[in-house]
Design a binder for this molecule. Structure first.
Ligand SMILES: C[S@@+](CC[C@H](N)C(=O)[O-])C[C@H]1O[C@@H](n2cnc3c(N)ncnc32)[C@H](O)[C@@H]1O
Length: 279
């Protein structure tokens, strides 16, 4: 018998145990009203694995020998990869205009590491790389950018470095001309700029995956906590902070606030942007 996506119903109890498992593993929250959305996003995987019920899929994820291979597919199915170049630039400007000069003045022996910790398809770390290039920092200061995401499909696109029109909605046209070349109706990022970024797969709520990332003095973790439970935000911030040598700086999205959580970080205004500082 063949099943189409509509053919996989999800019961209340299946929804509850599956969404709890997803929240525990990936931090992502599906409220009661999001039952159909979750079912819709995962139906394809249920069928792909040869099941016709969510309970079988739940058992695979919870106990199956193939669980570890399946979770990246779950992440791909649930990942919201909405992003674009030159997004929320106040924070990037604070980095380029204030934090980098501070780093230079402090004459630190180690390179300045900047981490885009939910980089989606790569627009955020490449924006940082472009802004640093525009300010003339590359070649003058040892800087590395590391970018990570939990979605293998997002990361594959980031590694490819080819972008459609939607990604350019906020980027000044002159910068597109400077850092991209047209490729079959899309735009390919200049290899020198792309090579400024190291790409990794890392789940923000998995201690062993975050512990593998090099410590970074500046972390951008933007527009991902909006999808997380409070417990997952607290856990992720603690894991990130463990990888941040003081003094170091955490930027979250403009609609995200850590103020009601106990993080040990101090909210400061730097260069016109709000940033959580590990002092
Ligand atoms: C909306 S995008 C944000 C992209 C970029 N930071 C920005 O602000 O434009 C959210 C990203 O978070 C990633 N994500 C969701 N849960 C995650 C987790 N547990 N660990 C790491 N990344 C996660 C998704 O795969 C997605 O690419």
């Amino acid at each position: 018998m063949r099943f189409t996506q509509e053919d996989v119903p999800i019961s209340d109890s299946e929804f509850v145990i599956l969404r709890d498992l997803i929240r525990e593993r990936l931090g992502l929250v599906y409220e009661d009203g999001k039952r159909d959305l979750l079912a819709d996003k995962l139906s394809g995987r249920v069928l792909e694995r040869g099941f016709n019920s969510f309970i079988d899929y739940y058992y695979l994820l919870k106990y199956g020998p193939g669980a570890e291979e399946e979770w990246p597919h779950v992440m791909d199915a649930l990942s919201v990869q909405e992003t674009y170049f030159w997004r929320e630039m106040d924070q990037v400007r604070a980095l380029v205009d204030v934090l980098v000069p501070q780093y230079v003045a402090a004459r630190r022996p180690e390179p300045l590491r900047i981490w885009s910790a939910a980089c989606a398809t790569g627009e955020e770390p490449l924006t940082i790389a472009m802004a640093l290039a525009e300010a003339g920092w590359w070649g003058r200061v040892p800087i590395r950018i590391q970018a990570s995401d939990a979605s293998p499909s997002a990361l594959a696109r980031a590694r490819l470095g080819v972008y459609r029109e939607r990604s350019f909605r906020a980027l000044p046209p002159a910068l597109r001309e400077r850092y991209f070349s047209e490729a079959g109706g899309c735009w390919r990022v200049a290899p020198e700029l792309h090579a400024r970024v190291d790409w990794s797969l890392a789940n923000l709520t998995a201690p062993e995956e975050i512990a593998r990332m090099p410590p970074a003095a500046v972390v951008f973790c933007r527009n991902v906590f909006i999808y997380f439970s409070t417990a997952a935000i607290t856990k992720a911030v603690r894991l990130l902070a463990d990888r941040m040598p003081p003094p170091s700086y955490l930027f979250v999205g403009v609609s995200e606030s850590l103020l009601r959580l106990t993080t040990g970080l101090e909210l400061q205004e730097i260069g016109g942007a709000f940033v959580y500082v590990k002092v």
